[in-house]
Design a protein around this ligand. Sequence first.
Ligand code: ATR
Length: 293
Amino acid sequence: MSDQTDQAASNNPLKAGVIGFPIAHTRSPLIHRYWLRLKGIDGTYDPYGVEPENLASFIGDLAAKGFAGINVTLPHKEHVLPLMDEVEPFAERVGAVNTIVVTDDGRLIGRNTDGFGFIENLRAGAPDWRADQGPAAVIGAGGAARAIIAALQDAGVPEIRLTNRSLDKAVALAEELGGPDLPDIIVRPMEDRAALCTDAGLLVNTTSLGMEGKDPLEIDLASLPDHAVVTDIVYTPLKTALLAQAEQQGNTIVDGLGMLLHQARPGFEAWFGSSVSVTPMLRAMIENDIVST
Ligand code: ATR
């Protein structure tokens, strides 16, 4: 019997959710509830504020409480790793889990779908982008950068050029994610960031610079080739100063909202057994929510 048939037989709705602390601003329930409605699935997806000291017991109880799985957000993404029965290789490499799947026999599988979300958003927003077209310039060396760099390595970019305000973090990240059979990760100081653009096929901002209320990311894009794509993980505002600057220069731009939407797909598919896509209506709904809050 499939999971869904089991569930129908027991008459219980399939149960998923997202944990974080604080959790108030998560848009994941809007996304998953949209798909549940669209697919006519009897399921729930709720936010749970879980304080760090309660993380282990919450995770330990997932199967007993009937969860099909959960998403994990800040500050728990790294801390859930040792609580899993199995961590998928990509999540292991990134060192963070954003999606937990509870198997039929109660085992917990940790996955990371942020890299998938990043690449799917890039391919949807810039269908002409080819990984082998040129190096990828990455600004920032935090948690998001780790998933994005690993995904770019897997996508086949020839080289990654990395910079970060704290250079030591970029150096450490390059050492951890680099490998003999993987594209080089070249680290440059933040003040040399304009040089990262030369011959690049992609420029990614993974920092919080450009977010509403924060300083913009200032970078000279003059040496960026015309075919290069510029993308930002910041999605408040949707068009950051960096994206506006790149668009004015004639480069293709991809905003960060799609990464949030696409990273949600694998979790939904695993928990609720139904494949989903990022529709214009879903995107419009989340855009409206962003504008109104
Ligand atoms: P996330 O998980 O979203 O990546 P994070 O791990 O806190 O969040 O990383 C935030 C990133 O934004 C880091 O690269 C950080 O630079 P530092 O490592 O030097 O802290 C970057 N960042 C945040 N504020 C910044 C600022 N004002 N100027 C430059 N970089 C900034």
